[in-house]
Design a protein around this ligand. Structure first.
Ligand SMILES: Nc1ncnc2c1ncn2[C@@H]1O[C@H](COP(=O)(O)OP(=O)(O)OP(=O)(O)O)[C@@H](O)[C@H]1O
Length: 577
């Protein structure tokens, strides 16, 4: 947790002010019973009304001043807490942006959400509670005991004994509660993960009537969380009456010994009142401080989870500071590339070599799981290759900054993903300063203009989260338009035409051909008809290229390609190819 305190640096002055105010507030709180004793001893028992009024007014001023510092303290603390939490969240977000997909998988999406939301909130709250509740406890104890000893040593020792009994009980209970607090965040992660899956997969759940199964899953997770919380609350609930008993025993002892002292004429009545008040205040602040000690392990667990993300070294970093400005063409070369996913035993691609020339369409076809999407994902450097090199215009992609590299690419992912907002906003994600004319032109080439204009608000029509209010084909066309608007040097279509009907597929490819110019196109596809006209087709089988050439060459030379064609084309189409 100490590591995260560096985020408090911008709030140094505020933190110092809170500490000072807390100190003043604590002393002010202790001064009030001292004044009460004074009023009773020198005013009430003597019948000295002017003294009562004078000291009473002074006491009122002390109380108002103490309350004022408390209000200011709360406001400052709230500001520190929210600013501190905001800064940690920003840092987490920036880190998440820098992490590779592999790095991200190590943490998990649900855990990343919990860490950025509830973990940070808890750290912010705990830090402020630490300043307001834990730090005043020793000040109160030392100052309170000092005042108590100055009034009566014997009674002060009763207060010390009461404190020790309380601390013993708190230590015994803390030993049981602290591990439970640590578990709470892990259980919260579990709830977030299940909820996220249920929300995203709601259609599948309904389609397969899995509502009860999912309900049971979330019930179990929530019940588990609740059981943990109930156990904690039960223990805290036990602590409070026991502590009250200890305090009351302390007060009774003070009254007993104080009464005898008053009877012997060694002490005044007001002093008993002050001593009881000191005892109550010390114990009250100790209770609050102890509660904090129980929260600290939970905050500590959260801090460790946050620090784990913040201290991660991204797997993919920018090495070169040389700049590689955007051009208008790209020549891609895979040279003996081998790649394996971090959790996989076997490589997915082995010694893969191919070239994709400027102005040409290179298509990749092959069975499912053969590694087509993996190749598409390696060009923007979403993953790091194991050996070999990927070159763009002769430069290793590792020598580009990730931003420069990705600026060159118009990427259309296999799973069409849109953001909530308007249709125009989504296309503009490809080029932030795109004009309406550019947006419409990109949509026309992507064969999306027609359906967009039929929507009630056209380009301003609302796209729901993930594009859930659009059809699969509509979403695909918008993701294509988003890539086209960049006018990139490299187009990567990862099975991006699969949801289009054959006619739209053909029209889109025809429009694309005119648009591409000197750019390079990598087109992953399952359908032969989509790639038949490509300048070069790579046939992939288990991460190895088993055939390269144009459609007709492959029909003659490549058995795997012939088998794919035979399974998709009609007799007439096969005969004519
Ligand atoms: N993140 C990942 N971690 C581990 N293995 C993965 C990961 N992504 C893909 N794989 C594995 O890599 C292999 C190749 O996957 P890839 O997505 O490249 O295949 P593909 O040819 O595009 O398949 P499809 O046509 O079904 O989309 C598969 O066996 C897959 O299980």
């Amino acid at each position: 947790m100490l590591k995260l305190f560096k985020f408090l640096k911008p709030y140094q002055i505020s933190v110092a002010t809170v500490l000072l105010f807390t100190f003043i507030e604590t002393l002010g709180t202790l001064y009030v019973p001292t004044l009460t004793a004074d009023i009773v001893n020198n005013g009430v028992t003597q019948g000295n009304i002017p003294y009562i009024i004078k000291t009473g007014v002074f006491m009122l001023l002390v109380a108002i001043f103490t309350a004022g510092t408390a209000v200011l303290n709360s406001r400052l603390s709230a500001n520190i807490s929210s600013g501190f939490a905001r800064d940690i969240r920003k840092a987490l977000f920036m880190k998440a942006q820098a992490l590779s997909i592999n790095d991200f998988h190590k943490i998990g999406t649900a855990s990343m959400i919990t860490r950025t939301t509830s973990d940070v909130t808890l750290i912010g709250q705990t830090t402020v509670m630490l300043m307001q509740m834990l730090l005043p406890a020793p000040v109160m104890a030392v100052a309170g005991l000092f005042l108590a000893f100055s009034k009566d040593k014997g009674i002060a020792l009763i207060i010390v004994a009461t404190m020790l009994i309380f601390l013993l009980i708190a230590a015994l209970l803390g030993k049981k509660i602290i591990p439970l607090f640590k578990f709470i965040q892990i259980k919260m992660d579990n709830i977030t993960r299940i909820l996220r899956e249920i929300i995203i997969g709601v259609r599948v759940i309904r389609a397969f009537n899995r509502e009860n199964h999912e309900k049971n899953k979330i019930d179990t997770a929530v019940t588990d969380y609740a059981a943990n919380s109930i156990r904690i609350n039960k223990m805290i609930a036990t602590l409070l009456p026991v502590v009250m008993l200890v305090i009351n025993m302390g007060i009774i002892s003070i009254l007993w010994l104080g009464g005898r002292r008053v009877a012997d004429g060694q002490m005044q009545v007001g002093d008993i009142m002050a001593l009881i008040e000191y005892c109550s205040l010390i114990l009250f602040f100790l209770i609050m401080g102890t509660m904090m000690f129980m929260y600290i392990p939970r905050a500590q667990a959260c801090a460790e989870r946050i620090d784990e993300v913040l201290s991660m070294t991204p797997e993919i970093t920018d090495k070169s500071s040389n700049s590689h400005p955007r051009g208008d063409y790209a020549h891609i070369e895979f040279r003996n590339v081998s790649f394996r996913y971090s959790n996989a035993a076997e490589p997915i691609l082995s010694n893969l070599s191919f070239e994709s020339k400027s102005g040409e369409v290179t298509a990749i076809i092959g069975g499912t799981g053969s590694g087509k999407s993996t190749i598409a994902n390696l060009i923007p450097r979403f993953f790091e290759i194991e050996s070999g090199s990927i070159l763009i215009n002769g430069t290793n992609i590792r020598n580009f900054s990730q931003k420069e590299l990705r600026d060159k690419i118009g990427f259309v992912p296999q799973k069409a993903f849109l953001f909530s907002g308007t249709i125009a906003d989504n296309i503009r994600d490809g080029k932030a300063n795109a004009t309406q004319a550019e947006i419409e032109q990109a949509a026309q080439i992507a064969q999306a203009d027609g359906f967009i204009r039929e929507l009630k608000n056209g380009y301003q029509a609302y796209v729901a989260q993930g594009g859930n209010n659009l059809s699969g084909g509509q979403k695909q066309r918008l993701t294509i338009a988003r890539a086209l608007i960049r006018k990139p040097e490299i187009y990567i279509f990862d099975d991006s035409f699969s949801a289009l009907d054959l006619k739209t597929d053909a029209m889109l490819r025809r429009a694309l051909k005119k648009e591409i110019g000197r750019a390079t196109v990598i087109m992953v596809a399952q359908r032969i008809s989509t790639i038949m006209e490509a300048d070069r087709i790579l046939v992939l089988e288990d991460g190895i290229i088993t055939g390269t050439g144009q459609h007709q060459e492959l029909m003659q030379n490549c058995q795997v390609y012939r088998q794919i064609a035979a399974s998709q084309l009609s007799e007439a189409e096969l005969a004519s190819s």
